[in-house]
Design a protein around this ligand. Structure first.
Ligand code: B12
Ligand code: SF4
Ligand code: SF4
Length: 362
């Protein structure tokens, strides 16, 4: 639904917003008109109606708010949505004896804090000028990828990820919804063309079609968000992923900057690189299976891994060890199958023991 602007867009303020966002370390910034999202809201509704949101009930509960930045729960008089992208990926692979595969976005510090700190500054400045404004990164009910397309900072690939040409898809997104009337950018159309590399590469066949993901089959969902046992038929496809999954991004030709070591690096005021790989991740997967709450907290504090909790990570570790098929892990898996304090982990470890036996016999 198009709405007429109430005022002339403020060209000077728009330039100031963009300059400030770049100063804060964001690699891209764009602006979209704040209005109910159509057809993107309908795509979200279909996703929920078809159950593709899996157990993420919070997505279903907030679907109407997500589709409209002027919703009473957001910024009712909003005129503009400022969208930013912050690159995170580095080229270094994790080192260590037999480290777990952790998705690139989770290799460093918890991005929520890193992005939020910067967005708050932008929000506070706009509020100081009298514009009601609200930042969001990930956790608030905002369809961030849809806004990023509308604000022209990238396009959504067939793998559902927002791709910034020249940088790729390894970027975090954030928004500030504001009553300021800003000059809007042109939306960016898809550049995937006939490519289908990501759809073909997904190990668990989680795509029901281009741009359409079934979270119930996605390794990222299964390893991070899903509670309880993981369906047996999906375990082998999980391969070595302990937390998240990057397969559909790793095959994407638009991620060439990462392969070539040309990703912009973020350095904080205190000279810390928040997204540099955390040395705590260079641990053997078997440790993740056996840790207690204290060891888990020491490992994952201020990283995205803390979100999943010890039990899900231990469950994932058992499946990874089953998929590795190395007999040296049999004792630790047998012990976990017998005596781990959580039933889901005992079940995953028992499956892994069977896998090792099966592979040993074949
Ligand atoms: C729920 C969620 C998940 C779920 C579900 C993801 C999904 N695709 O449905 C799970 C746990 C699986 C997940 C996984 C990942 N996530 Co996530 N996730 C979210 C969250 C919180 C909500 C997304 C959502 O509303 N999903 C519902 C679907 C329907 O919406 P959508 O994916 O945003 O897609 C919209 C547009 O793409 C649009 N669209 C645009 N063009 C087209 C064209 C057509 C034809 C169609 C049909 C649709 C379409 O349709 C959708 C609805 O409008 C957002 C943060 C946020 N508040 O937006 C982060 C977010 C999307 N995730 C992020 C990341 C980093 C990831 C992972 C890469 C992490 C990892 N490495 O493991 C993977 C990527 C998996 C993938 N291929 O999508 C980033 C994405 C950055 C980027 N460059 O795209 C976000 C934006 C967080 C952030 N603030 O940076 N995620
Ligand atoms: S994140 Fe992994 S499992 Fe999920 S859609 Fe992409 S390739 Fe498939
Ligand atoms: S792999 Fe190909 S189809 Fe998939 S997002 Fe990248 S360019 Fe698009």
């Amino acid at each position: 639904m198009d709405r007429e602007p109430t005022e002339t867009p403020d060209v000077v303020l728009t330039a100031q917003v963009k300059a400030r966002a770049l100063d804060l370390g964001f690699a891209k910034v764009g602006i979209a008109r704040a209005e109910p999202l159509a057809p993107e809201g309908d795509w979200l509704r279909s996703y929920v109606e078809e159950g593709r949101h899996a157990s993420m009930q919070w997505l279903a509960d907030t679907a109407e708010v997500r589709a409209d930045p002027t919703h009473a729960r957001m910024v009712p008089r909003a005129r503009s949505v400022i969208v930013v992208a912050l690159p995170y990926a580095r080229t270094e692979p994790p080192s260590g004896p037999s480290p777990a595969r952790i998705a690139r976005y989770a290799q460093g510090r918890d991005y929520h804090n890193v992005v939020r700190r910067r967005l708050r500054k932008l929000e506070k400045w706009l509020r100081g000028l009298g514009h009601d404004s609200r930042w969001s990164v990930d956790a608030r009910p905002v369809l961030e990828r849809a806004w990023a397309v509308r604000a022209g900072i990238g396009f959504v690939g067939k793998n559902c990820c927002l791709i910034v040409p020249g940088i790729g898809s390894h970027v975090f997104l954030g928004t500030v919804i504001t009553t300021a009337e800003l000059v809007v950018d042109e939306p960016m159309p898809s550049r995937c063309g006939r490519c289908t590399l990501c759809l073909d590469a997904c190990p668990t066949r989680a795509f029901v079609g281009p741009n359409e993901l079934d979270a119930r089959r996605c390794i990222s969902y299964l390893t991070i968000e899903h509670d309880g046992p993981i369906a047996s038929e999906l375990r082998e496809g999980m391969g070595e992923w302990l937390f998240g999954c990057d397969v559909c991004q790793d095959v994407c030709p638009f991620n060439g900057a990462l392969a070539a070591g040309r990703m912009p690096r973020l350095v904080d005021d205190d000279d810390v690189e928040p997204f540099a790989p955390d040395p705590r991740h260079a641990r053997a997967v078997s440790e993740a299976l056996t840790m207690d709450d204290e060891a888990f907290a020491a490992w994952t504090a201020s990283t995205p891994l803390s979100r999943s909790g010890r039990v899900r990570i231990a469950r994932n570790a058992a499946i990874v060890l089953g998929n590795r098929g190395e007999r040296r892990h049999l004792p630790v898996l047998q012990e976990a199958a017998r005596s781990h304090d959580d039933e889901t982990v005992r079940d995953a470890a028992a499956w892994a023991v069977e896998e090792l036996r099966r592979r040993g016999e074949s």
